[in-house]
Structure formats: C-alpha cells, structure tokens
Design a protein around this ligand. Structure first.
Ligand code: GUN
Length: 290
C-alpha cells in the first residue's frame, strides 16, 4: 500500500503559487475570513489558512463575529467585503451556529469572490463543466491529489460516501466530468443507501466524506482500491497535550491491508483543501485585476 502524501503535494502547489504571486509586481491577492463563534475546529482551520496565505504572500483579513450575531449583521459584513475592491475572495467558515442560514450566507457572497465555490452560480458552472467558476476547495483538492498521484479515473467506478454541498456533491460532479483527468462512473451513497458495503466493495476509488470516525472497515473495500479519507474527526485522547487526536472516516490499519493507495489523516486531504483555497484566491485576484 502506498500512502498519498497530501503534505508533500500541497507543498508543491504552495511553491507554485508563491512563484505566481511573486510575479505580480507587488500587487497582493487578499482573502477575507469570516468566523462565527469559537468552535475549536473552525478556530484551528482558519488559523492554518491564515498561515499558508502569509507564506504565499496572500493578504488575509480575519473577522470573528460573536456566536449570537444576527443574520443581518452577518450579511452586512459580507456586503462590505463584496464592495471592497481590495478583497479578492471571501470565506465563511462552516459550520455556522444553527440560528444562521448558512446557505443564504454562501449565496450572499458575490460569485466572483466566492473562493469556496458554494454559491449557486459556481455550482451551476461546475455542473456545466465551465472552468470560469470556482470549485469547492476539498473536492478540487481530492481531484488534484488523484491527478498528481497518477490515479487514472477514466472508466473507473468512483464511489462517494456522503452527499454534502461541501464535499460529496461537488466531488461526484468533478469525477463525472468529460475531461481527460475524470470520466469516471460515479455512485453517490449516503445515510439512506441500502446494501452500502456491497456498493463500496465495487469501488475502484472510494471517497469517504461522511464525518463518522472509522466508518469504513476493511470488508467494505475491494483489494487494490484507491481510498481517499476526507474525514477529520476529533477523538478525545487524554494522552495528548491538546486532549484530542484526529482520525479519519476510514479504519486506517484494516483498510491499509486492502487498498493500493490511501490518504492518511492528518496529512492527506486536509492540507490540499487549504492549498486549493489559495489557488482560488489567486484566480479571483487575476480575474478582478487582469
Ligand atoms: N468547513 C469545512 N470545510 C470547509 C470549507 O472547505 N470551506 C468552508 N468555508 N468551511 C469549511
């Protein structure tokens, strides 16, 4: 079994982006982060995104809103960034507290600043296979991992576990595209799917994005399959300084014995999501200024 090293591959992309930004003669892309409340995972993800932006030479602006913020106040902030010519891209860290309408917030971001790719227009462009739009960062990162690991999807059966807006749906659309790096046959499974293991065992490429620690067992995976573990689950672990450890949606040991290639957690898909956000920010900047 070969590990797909997301840290190494994302570092390559970050280097490419550094070169791109350095060639912009001092003009700097800028991404605005909006975080609501103090969800520990969101705090850590946004911090990581700020750090990578800094490394590349992308400016970032973080606004932290209180847990109790109203929909109108959130909308007013988004509107301000929409109208600010200095801001190239806007990211609203998900999940938002339950009293806020997350989808409405995603739709409030101007499509040309929607570096998360969650706006109706960008999802529509993805569906139409029009590269002018922005593709959601985790799905784009998964495709880039597969491409750079020389996994050919053409004619293969890709099984996606999970139908979320953030991962499942867009990654299924990407794998399905009529492009030389895609052309897969795609099945999307979810919590109501019957005979799940029977379907996952048919997968040449299995993409697990359900958010349940250790959901995918060895007997759900075909010998030689490529397995992409999108889960980042926090498990309490008193032996760690942080008090928790990260684990994926896949039972790593058991699936290692079956898979030909597997992404680790951490160090697989996670760093790719951040790299793709940076790529989208550079793309947004270019489209606004050149
Ligand atoms: N929460 C988990 N993944 C993501 C992502 O890709 N973008 C945003 N905005 N929030 C997330």
């Amino acid at each position: 079994m070969e590990l797909i090293d997301g840290n190494r591959i994302s570092a390559e992309i970050i280097e490419e982006l550094k070169t791109d930004v350095a060639a912009m003669d001092g003009a700097k892309p800028c991404v605005a982060f909006i975080r609501v409340g103090e969800d520990p995972a969101s705090v850590s993800y946004v911090r990581k995104k700020e750090k990578v932006a800094r490394e590349i030479g992308i400016e970032s602006r973080l606004t932290v809103l209180p847990e109790t913020v109203s929909q109108d106040e959130l909308f007013a902030l988004i509107d301000g960034f929409n109208q600010d010519p200095f801001v190239s891209g806007i990211l609203i860290q998900s999940p938002l507290p339950s009293h806020l309408d997350e989808l409405a917030a995603f739709r409030k971001v101007l499509p040309e600043k929607d570096v998360d790719g969650f706006h109706t227009v960008n999802l529509g462009l993805l569906c139409q296979e029009d590269d002018a739009g922005f593709v959601a960062c985790t799905p784009a990162g998964i495709m880039e991992l597969l491409r750079r690991s020389k996994v050919d999807l053409a004619g293969k059966h890709v099984v996606v576990l999970g139908r979320s807006l953030i991962v499942g749906k867009p990654v299924a659309l990407l794998a399905l595209q009529k492009k030389d790096w895609a052309n897969a046959t795609v099945t999307v499974c979810h919590s109501r799917t019957n005979n799940l293991a029977e379907i996952t065992r048919q997968a040449d490429v299995l993409i697990a994005a359900i958010g349940k620690a250790g959901f995918v067992s060895g007997d759900m995976v075909k010998d030689g399959a490529v397995v992409i573990d999108v889960g980042i689950n926090r498990i309490p672990d008193p032996s760690r300084k942080s008090g928790y450890r990260l684990t994926g949606d896949v039972q790593f040991e058991a699936v290692s014995a079956k898979a030909s290639k597997l992404t680790p957690v951490p160090g697989g898909v996670g760093p790719m999501t951040v790299a793709m956000l940076m790529r989208n920010t550079v793309k947004a900047f270019r489209r606004q200024h050149f």
